[in-house]
Design a protein around this ligand. Structure first.
Ligand code: TXA
Ligand code: MG
Length: 349
């Protein structure tokens, strides 16, 4: 398949550039587009033939449902049953990186929702994404635009690596702002939600508007063999680099010491905070260091994490080490992605 690349620059007119991509969506084709979280692999959410192509292009199991993207929170009415809690969340956080699971209406075919009776709805903040939805005139179903088993793409070169020749068009909108996927909540009652995936909208943010937030077990723990996945995505093997990744909790001194005493090979990658890299390169001169932001700067870490993991995976290391993030605020999103990439191998010093 021929893949057209549409590059959006500072001074280009988004409305004009997006028109051919919107036409591809209407015709049942696939368009990769930027959002403020990660890039999405989009198709007309109301067309089962179109969304079937998404599963094929990604190599994704057909029972792992897709998020539908709308250009205003109110549009969800056509595709799902909303309630007052949905509108409280929408008022506080939409457009933005929050996905809400609601009871689905028939207008969204079973293919799009992986056979479930619920549907995930998200109104992205990205102007390019919302313009694409508006011009297409349909909700756009989109998972992250990576091949199944790779980290979500946060720039066009990641998308090109994974999707060239598999989609009709790629809209290149530069680096994703945030870099980790949206927060996902399931509405349980008029006042309670369950957090299925942490993201930029934090537990603290949601609690601050008077909503009770329960954490799904799988956010911080590995799934038990008899546990039922609240979100189908939880039960699939998540991205992990080909070399074993080990998360280490401790001071920079303990981190260096642990790596020095436990590495039987010098062919290792060490993911580290910018402000600790000089110390670590002194202590472990043979390691390849990958910086991902200052220790105190979780936004920078979120922005860099998937890029750093993709970069380390281009080499064949015998081991990769990374610091274990804290679980508060945006830290919970980093923690959730990193324990999965490390297959829950955590060293606490
Ligand atoms: O930031 C994001 O959310 C990005 C951008 C493109 O919007 N999208 C994204 O989609 O991360 P995806 O498919 O990679 O992750 C969506 C997750 C999956 O784990 C899926 O199982 C879960 O949401 N999900 C989708 N519909 C669901 C539903 N009805 N009930 C429970 N979980 C659902
Ligand atoms: Mg994904």
């Amino acid at each position: 398949m021929q893949t057209e690349i549409i590059k959006v620059t500072e001074d280009s007119s988004v409305t004009e550039l997006i028109a051919p991509a919107a036409e591809i969506i209407r015709q049942g084709g696939l368009v990769v587009f930027p959002t403020e979280t990660v890039y999405g692999l989009g198709a007309d959410a109301t067309n089962p033939l179109a969304t079937a192509k998404i599963y094929e292009a990604k190599g994704r199991p057909s029972d792992n449902p897709l998020i539908i993207h709308v250009s205003t929170p109110e549009e969800a009415e056509h595709y799902a049953f909303t309630n007052s809690l949905y509108y409280s969340l929408a008022e506080a956080f939409m457009p933005g990186p929050l996905t809400v699971i609601l009871k689905a209406r028939e207008s969204i075919p079973l293919t799009t929702r992986g056979g479930l009776d619920t549907v995930a709805v998200r109104c992205p903040e990205s102007e390019i994404a919302r313009e694409l939805i508006r011009q297409a005139g349909v909700p756009i179903a989109a998972p992250s635009a990576n091949l199944s088993g790779s980290p979500s793409p946060t720039n066009a070169s990641h998308v090109i690596d994974d999707m060239m020749g598999r989609v009709d068009a790629i809209i290149d909108g530069g680096d994703s702002d945030f870099g980790l996927e949206s927060t996902i909540v399931k509405i349980d009652s008029e006042t309670t939600v369950t957090l299925l995936r942490p993201g930029k909208i934090t537990v603290e943010d949601i609690s601050s508007i008077g909503v009770d937030v329960k954490l799904a077990n799988a956010v911080t723990e590995s799934m038990k063999t008899d546990e039922i996945a609240l979100s189908p995505g939880m039960k699939y093997k998540h991205y992990a680099p080909s070399a074993p990744l080990l998360l280490v909790e401790g001071t920079p001194e303990q981190y260096a010491e642990y790596i020095l005493t436990n590495s039987d090979s010098k062919n290792i990658a060490v993911i580290c905070y910018d402000d600790e890299s000089d110390y670590l390169s002194d202590k472990i001169p043979f390691a390849d260091l990958y910086m991902f932001g200052k220790r105190s700067d979780k936004m920078a870490q979120a922005h860099m994490l998937f890029k750093v993991l993709r970069d380390t995976d281009k080499r064949t290391y015998s081991k990769i080490y990374a610091p274990l993030p804290s679980k508060n605020g945006i830290g919970l999103a980093l923690y959730n992605r990193m324990i999965r990439a490390a297959a829950h191998k955590i060293i606490r010093l």
